[in-house]
Design a protein around this ligand. Structure first.
Ligand SMILES: Nc1nc2c(c(=O)[nH]1)N[C@H]1C(S)=C(S)[C@@H](COP(=O)(O)OP(=O)(O)OC[C@H]3O[C@@H](n4cnc5c(=O)[nH]c(N)nc54)[C@H](O)[C@@H]3O)O[C@H]1N2
Ligand SMILES: Nc1nc2c(c(=O)[nH]1)N[C@H]1C(S)=C(S)[C@@H](COP(=O)(O)OP(=O)(O)OC[C@H]3O[C@@H](n4cnc5c(=O)[nH]c(N)nc54)[C@H](O)[C@@H]3O)O[C@H]1N2
Ligand code: SF4
Ligand SMILES: [Mo]
Length: 748
């Protein structure tokens, strides 16, 4: 598909697209004239499903003509999404029909990383993997097998392999993404299932998030709606993001956001602007927090952050004036610093000082059909999905390699199901605390997504087995021993998943077309067949994915037909529900902390880190001649996964290095110049983008470019691979750190 056709296609049919948010301003709203009537009869259908161009899984309506996907819209039956998807979602057919997809299982024949593979049958691939895993298990124990995936529905199938082998070392990608926020929420509310009601907020303070490029369709739309209704927005970001352009930009010094947040608390207490009733009724530990922020004055914070004290005082007063319909956004990719989780906790504590919990325009606990029985007024709407029962797995003989769960250390706070994925390469290289010899990777690209690309490549060289399941010959697949081709989301059905918000919601991904390449398979089938080959058939007791879905739906009484007809289930007649909107003193029965209160002081955090309320720790700032390297998402690509998708590649094929005009002038750098960016022992070439839209001590690039797999022929080598420059540095709770890299820049 050519770019022009793609952009026309973007507004075809019932739905719309968020192209306006692409930040490129490239799209125009042209209607696609229906094709001239073809001679052959046309069979048309719409299949409701969910997108996987990123992990948000937005509900979609796939238009199929004569067995081919011709167009993807948002599912109009979902009011939160309004029939809208983003530009990446629109590009699904371009991935589906891309001849560069991987089409058959492959086993390496040349040196690792040589790109030499032979195509094999699925059975040969399973036999090879099973034998190698068995050998590793016999020599080093089941714990020597690590698994990683970008968290998703395939995990129940994928991780069954590692669990059956007896490995404790199962990792999600979360430590590279929202983990700091998740831990911040877990330790404060006892749950991370807390959302923000952006659409109804009157004042929004954003701390390093870029809704208009780090897109979540429902959230992006909600923020856009609030802004169109006059909501004031203030954005803390060292660079002028697309979001910052829509509000007041505060170019905060990197890694100092906590100082700003603590100073807000200082002002709210000093001027008695906070919600005392809320704090008294619902929280514990406020006095300790008050003591902690007593000397965190706006004057002090101005020094730390580079934002004037008048601005800090004004923002605090404005937040208070709009309370409880004001909110401080808690962040998504929360990987800026080592103790980012304390920043996220502090943000939530100040939110609670605004009393913005369980009211419109504030934060709320997710009202999912599984837990709704705890809210008496809503218990009738509870419909919990059935568990798909499997026999108990063997207990791993050793603890995890990353210390996750160890009492008395910060890692006791890290969710066991996620772990610290950045630990894997270090352990492979050092053999400490014990060797990892086999690594199974699903829908994840650690070569580009765990800091320090060279280190990951070096670690891979030491393995006995690396298996990657992907849709493309990703950078990690290219360096693997076995590559397994999954069919795309448009070619597979998955299990029912929960997308609840203010009301419960279940969504089902449903196969829209037959696999374009007959030898690609869905994850559930790949791991069931591999498991059976390894003698673990008992852990896969269902016949196929349809049987799995039936088992999930059985206790709910929800019919599969609902998904065929609408693509989702949501309780008829239930209105968005905020526990405190009618009664400001209503009990918070969904809170899951031990104290049943919101824990401003957390015993668990105290035990794990010695800092039961967030404490300010200053981080180093770039020295003379250095810049802080930061990175971010771009509207038309997903992380490191879409740069080779033809239409998206055409929209944006390279990134540049943003550098402040004054700093550039000092170095004699102009826009378009070739630069050398260096960090420690690593150097990378890049192209300069000289701008006023970034702090003088900071440089920025969009993440995910400069891919190293030559078999991604379009994306290969184009642009800066930021991940090569970023070390594999882990924070206290195992979070990967991305905003603490200092680089030097010179003209090439
Ligand atoms: N189009 C698109 N949408 C996506 C994705 C995508 O790749 N493309 N990825 C999805 C995923 S996985 C995620 S996690 C989300 C991420 O969504 P966001 O968290 O919004 O995304 P980022 O752009 O990674 O980071 C946000 C901002 O943090 C700023 N920043 C860096 N360091 C600091 C700091 O120390 N302080 C402050 N205040 N700001 C800082 C960056 O300049 C950037 O503008 O987006 C999701 N949606
Ligand atoms: N330096 C640096 N590192 C980062 C970040 C950063 O900003 N800077 N961002 C972090 C964040 S927020 C995140 S979420 C992670 C994301 O890290 P990743 O999960 O590695 O990135 P993605 O691009 O989401 O997807 C990874 C792979 O999934 C494959 N894929 C896509 N669809 C399918 C499918 O249907 N089946 C299979 N089997 N594979 C599929 C893609 O081809 C791609 O190779 O990276 C983190 N790492
Ligand atoms: S945000 Fe865009 S790419 Fe991601 S799932 Fe939704 S429509 Fe697809
Ligand atoms: Mo992410």
């Amino acid at each position: 598909m050519q770019r022009r056709q793609f952009l026309k296609g973007a507004l075809y049919g019932t739905g719309g697209t968020l192209v306006a948010l692409s930040g490129l301003g490239a799209a125009t709203a042209a209607l696609n004239p229906r094709r001239a009537a073809a001679a052959a009869p046309v069979s048309r259908k719409t299949v409701y499903s969910s997108c996987e161009m990123c992990r948000n899984q937005c509900p979609i309506a796939v238009k199929v003509e004569n067995g081919k996907v011709v167009k993807i819209d948002g599912n109009p039956n979902d009011s939160a999404f309004g029939g809208v998807i983003c530009a990446r979602g629109n590009s699904g057919p371009s991935l589906l029909y891309d001849p560069e997809r991987i089409k058959k299982p492959m086993i390496r024949t040349g040196e690792r990383g040589s790109g030499k593979f032979k195509e094999v049958s699925w059975d040969e691939a399973y036999t090879y993997i099973a034998q190698k895993l068995k050998a590793v298990q016999e020599q080093y124990g089941g714990e020597a097998v690590a698994q990683t995936s970008h968290i998703g529905p395939y995990d129940v199938f994928f991780q069954t392999i590692g669990k059956a082998i007896g490995s404790p070392n199962l990792f999600s990608h979360e430590a590279t993404c929202p983990m700091a926020r998740i831990i911040g929420l877990n330790t404060t509310f006892g749950t991370a299932a807390i959302n923000a009601d952006y659409a109804n907020t009157k004042y929004l303070l954003v701390v390093g998030r870029n809704f208009f490029e780090g897109i979540h369709v429902a959230q992006t739309r909600a923020v856009a709606k609030a802004l169109s209704q006059g909501t004031k927005m203030v954005v803390l970001d060292p660079r002028f993001s697309v979001l910052a352009a829509k509000g007041e930009w505060l170019p905060v010094k990197g890694a100092t956001d906590l100082a700003f947040i603590m100073a807000l608390a200082n002002v709210l207490i000093d001027e008695k602007l906070y919600d005392e009733e809320f704090i008294k009724q619902y929280t514990v530990g406020f006095d300790k927090w008050a003591a902690q922020v007593q000397d965190k004055t706006p004057a002090w914070a101005a020094e730390e952050t580079g934002i004037s004290q008048d601005t800090i005082i004004r923002v605090a007063r404005e937040l208070a004036q709009a309370k409880p319909h004001s909110l401080i956004e808690y962040g998504w990719r929360t990987t800026f610093t080592a103790d980012d989780f304390q920043l996220r906790r502090a943000i939530m504590i100040v939110n609670m000082m605004l009393g913005n919990f369980e009211v419109p325009g504030g934060y709320y606990q997710v009202k999912d059909a599984g837990t709704l029985k705890k809210v008496p007024a809503m218990a009738a709407y509870a419909k919990k999905l059935g568990p798909v029962k499997v026999p108990p797995f063997p207990k791993p003989k050793k603890g995890r390699i990353d210390g996750t769960g160890e009492k008395g250390t910060p890692r006791q706070l890290t969710p066991i199901a996620d772990g610290a994925v950045g630990q894997i390469t270090e352990t492979i290289l050092t053999g400490k605390p014990y060797p990892i010899k086999a690594w199974l990777v699903h829908r994840f690209n650690p070569v580009m997504s765990i800091g320090d690309t060279e280190k990951t490549l070096a670690a891979i060289k030491k393995l006995d087995l690396l298996v990657t399941c992907d849709v493309y010959m990703s950078d990690t697949a290219y360096n693997s021993d076995v590559v397994l081709p999954e069919c795309t989301y448009l070619e597979r059905t998955e299990q029912v998943f929960d997308m609840s918000g203010l009301t419960p919601k279940y969504v089902l991904r449903q196969q829209a077309v037959d696999p374009v390449y007959a030898d690609t398979k869905p994850a559930w089938q790949i791991y069931k067949e591999l498991g059976e080959k390894m003698g673990y058939g008992q852990y896969f007791p269902y016949k196929d994915i349809d049987d799995y879905v039936e088992r999930q739906l059985a206790p709910t009484g929800i019919s599969r037909k609902v998904f065929a007809e609408k693509g989702l289930w949501t309780p008829a007649g239930m209105k968005p529900f905020y526990v405190r909107s009618g009664d400001a003193k209503a009990p918070l029965t969904l809170l899951a902390t031990k104290s049943k209160k919101i824990e401003i002081f957390s015993d668990a955090v105290q035990e794990a880190t010695g800092a039961g309320v967030p404490v300010y720790v200053p981080y180093p700032q770039p020295g003379e001649g250095e810049f802080r390297l930061i990175e971010g998402k771009v509207a038309v690509h997903t992380n490191v996964g879409t740069h080779n998708v033809p239409v998206l590649h055409e929209l944006m094929s390279e990134n540049t290095l943003w550098i402040n005009a004054q700093s550039a002038a000092k170095l004699g750098i102009k826009t378009g110049d070739t630069l050398i960016i260096s960090a420690g022992k690593y150097e990378h070439k890049g192209t300069a983008n000289v701008t006023e839209g970034i702090r003088p001590d900071t440089v920025f690039c969009y993440h995910g470019f400069g891919q190293i797999s030559p078999q991604l022929t379009r994306a290969f080598g184009k642009g800066i691979n930021d991940n090569k420059l970023i070390p594999d540095q882990l924070g206290s709770v195992g979070n990967s750190i991305t905003s603490m890299t200092f680089v030097k820049v010179r003209k090439a």
